[in-house]
Design a protein around this ligand. Structure first.
Ligand code: NDP
Ligand code: 2IT
Length: 468
């Protein structure tokens, strides 16, 4: 009786601590109502939180140590949101202005860590959803990494090198005071590749006078970057898919695979699939998708990489140069019959109707290379019926090798390709194991639940250790 009374008093104290007054920390609906009220006009952020809340509230019902301290409520509130103006001059001498963001979400496990996205669609909702997802993803790597995300509504497409350089310099002018090896460590994401990271780090170095390599990851190999960082997200996604298939006595060899996107993640995902004997048959960009019924092999992928990364061309140009390859303008690849799908372009690129098509065509697995590429409806459909690898688990290989880049920078040392690939594979195996541990549903595994709860528990334990 006494114990019960004490718990009730504690709960009451917890509810007083929350701005919602009479708040029951085990009530998911009340929580979601509060999040929606505090984050109006941020649909992507609410979508990401809602998905995790579904699993976490189920779990914390039996774990009062988490609910009493409002751990999940605190985990969905960013530590700090920076918004800054980025003025720059285009090649004609016109003044241009963009908005810069950095959301430092949670540093319970280590310095804030996460990429920068340059894309015209960038807004606060998108950066917050990415930073929130990063909290759980970075926890799953088991490396000492907190979470952040940033970027700008700047569109690098069609800009000259000089324009991108001037934009990056101005962006870093606005950001440099708030980042550092023990504070916040940015990296790339959509629209931020090795060229942009070079310009950003160069400006950071000029402004601070220090070669603090651990301030940004994804750097060039010549100046402190890590081998296989460029490959890591796509390779890691395939390693995760292989673990899922193996666990279900299935083999990736011979599987026909749909890949969307034609950027860093998609190309390396397709490359690893080809190397392991699978048959990637599609790639896409924002103008449409290409379909090669013979499968994209290493040579074809290298040609597309050169087209995209060096010539900065469109995927349609590749189709024009190959007789058996078709280009489908304005469409996504999900209607092509295949065994596995790897959405590797952007959020909400695979919708409910696409999920139904994949299922009708006999697809057995969907593994997310991009962040939140499946809409909530698509995820609900797929999670029940096929092997579904959620982004925060499946694409964690990129940030994991970023973490290893930070380690190498602080040791003033570097590992070779084999060592790094072995470490990446170990990390993806460990993430798969964590999903199994927390995602078991009878004889089946719900990888979404597993990833959400495993990430939550790791960050939550650290937050509890610090006290409120
Ligand atoms: P890139 O900029 O290298 O490539 C992005 C690709 O996706 C391009 O082909 C682009 O086409 C396409 N794309 C972007 N936005 C849209 C859109 N709105 N509609 C259709 N196609 C689109 O980015 P990354 O490969 O680095 O990132 C891809 C995804 O992977 C993102 O969700 C990112 O957050 C995630 N990710 C990236 C990691 C990394 O290490 N880079 C790590 C983990 C996740 P186009 O050129 O026409 O715009
Ligand atoms: O979404 C992601 O995990 C990334 N864009 C990579 C982040 C990083 O810090 O390497």
């Amino acid at each position: 009786m006494k114990v019960k009374k004490k718990t009730a008093t504690r709960r009451k104290a917890a509810s007083r601590a929350h701005q919602d007054g009479n708040y029951d920390p085990t009530d998911r609906r009340a929580f979601l109502k509060g999040v929606a009220r505090r984050n109006q006009g941020q649909p992507e952020f609410l979508q990401a939180v809602e998905e995790v809340a579904y699993d976490v509230f189920d779990y914390i019902g039996e774990q009062p140590k988490f609910s009493a301290k409002l751990v999940f409520e605190r985990m969905t509130e960013p530590d700090r949101v920076l918004i800054f103006s980025v003025a720059w001059e285009d090649d004609e001498g016109n003044t241009r202005i963009n908005r810069g963001y950095r959301v430092q979400f949670n540093n319970a496990l280590g310095p804030y860590k996460g990429g920068l996205r340059f894309h015209p669609s960038v807004n606060l909702s998108i950066i917050k959803f990415l930073a929130f997802e990063q909290t759980l993803k970075n926890a799953l790597t088991t490396l000492p990494l907190g979470s952040a995300k940033g970027g700008s509504d700047f569109n690098p497409h069609g800009k000259s090198d000089g324009e991108v350089l001037r934009f990056c310099k101005s962006f870093m002018l606005g950001l440099h005071r708030y980042i550092g090896p023990n504070l916040d460590v940015p990296a790339g994401d959509i629209g931020v590749g090795s060229r942009e990271v070079g310009y950003l780090f160069g400006q950071y170095k000029r402004l601070t006078g220090e070669h603090a390599g651990g301030t940004i990851t994804g750097k060039g190999i010549e100046y402190g970057g890590s081998l296989i960082r460029a490959e890591a997200t796509g390779f890691g996604t395939v390693y995760f898919a292989v673990r899922m298939l193996e666990h279900h006595n299935l083999d990736i060899r011979g599987k026909t695979c749909l890949v969307s996107g034609a950027g860093n993640v998609a190309l390396h995902c397709a490359l690893k699939l080809a190397q392991l004997g699978a048959r990637p048959v599609t790639l896409s960009d924002s103008s449409g998708f290409i379909h090669d019924p013979d499968g994209l092999d290493e040579e074809k992928i290298a040609a597309i990489k050169e087209l995209k990364e060096v010539r900065r061309g469109r995927i349609s140009e590749y189709a024009r140069s190959r007789r058996r390859v078709s280009f489908h303008a304005g469409a996504r690849p999900w209607g092509v019959k295949a065994d596995l799908a790897f959405p590797c372009a952007t959020q909400n690129e695979l919708e409910g109707k696409d999920a139904r098509t994949l299922l009708a065509n006999g697809c057995i697995g969907v593994v997310e290379g991009a962040n939140m590429p499946c809409t909530a409806e698509a995820q609900t459909l797929l999670r029940k019926k096929v092997l579904f690898g959620p982004a925060k688990a499946a694409n964690a290989g990129g940030v994991a090798v970023s973490g290893l880049e930070m380690t190498q920078n602080s040791m003033h040392y570097h590992w070779n390709e084999q060592e790094l690939d072995a470490k990446l594979q170990d990390i993806m195996t460990s993430i798969h194991g964590q999903c199994l541990e927390y995602g078991r549903r009878g004889r089946k595994t719900d990888y979404v639940r597993g990833a959400n709860i495993a990430g939550f528990v790791r960050v939550g334990r650290a937050m509890i250790a610090y006290g409120v």
